[in-house]
Design a binder for this molecule. Structure first.
Ligand code: PGA
Length: 241
């Protein structure tokens, strides 16, 4: 696992965006694995800026997102579908038919998980997966205790995650309690993984990740089993290393 230590969130976003732009340029039919949350916002801002200035083309690029809440419509500003359109997809020339997130409103959620997993396979797998990290080490919505063998599945969010995400909702009660997420094995099958972290509230997770102990109680530690992982983390997030 390679560590790129950067000054701050801005530099983290630039370095991560450069990796994505380089892939899109060299492999114009690549499949990108994308993430939501606070951390990737700056990365998407960099991609928007690059598109405006350099016209990097996403014409044949495919995108699959890590996860989606259960029960929110695509129009709900808290859905990840809405987030992706607003932060990235509406601003670049990616085809909407090439952008994919799990359907959190599917009638049969377990069937939806199977469909999503097959979809990723049919796209030839993920060339580069962007990841954030939770305070408890979750990746996607894979909470502590999730099997490293897991594929796309339905999850009940932990109180810690609901509390962390409630900052985007008007109250704790409004945060969905379930989500569909790529599994840990789904993520591990990506050819390349880029994990981004900024801010002091991520320092404990980054410290535990680099301690090197592989354990299902800390989902991100699964990344130690992958041959091509880059962690891009700022000063605050690496302060305890
Ligand atoms: P954040 O979430 O980017 O909003 O901190 C990261 C995560 O929970 O994976």
């Amino acid at each position: 696992m390679k560590l790129v230590q950067v000054e701050n969130d801005t530099e983290m976003s630039q370095v991560a965006a450069e990796k994505i732009i380089s892939l899109v340029t060299h492999n114009p039919t690549a499949t990108l694995g994308l993430a939501t949350g606070g951390t990737p916002k700056g990365v998407y801002a960099e991609l928007r800026r690059d598109y405006e200035n350099n016209h990097t083309s996403y014409h044949s690029i495919k995108a699959v997102n890590l996860d989606e809440y259960v029960g929110l419509t695509a129009e709900d500003p808290n859905s990840y579908k809405y987030y992706m359109s607003k932060e990235l997809f509406n601003h670049i020339n990616i085809k909407s038919t090439n952008t994919h997130l799990p359907h959190g409103n599917a009638e049969d959620l377990n069937e939806e998980c199977v469909r999503y997993e097959k979809l990723i396979k049919s796209l030839g797998g993920i060339d580069l997966q962007l990841l954030g990290i939770g305070h408890n080490g979750h990746i996607g919505f894979n909470e502590p205790g999730t099997s490293f063998e897991s594929r796309t599945h339905l999850v009940h969010l932990t109180e810690q995650t609901i509390t962390a995400n409630s900052r985007y909702f008007s109250s704790y009660e409004e945060v969905p309690k379930q989500a569909i997420t790529m599994g840990i094995q789904t993520i591990l099958c990506s050819k390349e993984i880029v994990l981004i972290a900024s801010g002091k509230e991520k320092a404990e997770s980054i410290k535990r990740l680099f301690k090197g102990e592989i354990n299902e109680s800390f989902p991100a530690s699964t990344l130690l089993l992958h041959a091509n992982v880059t962690v891009i983390a700022d000063k605050e997030a690496t302060a305890l290393l």
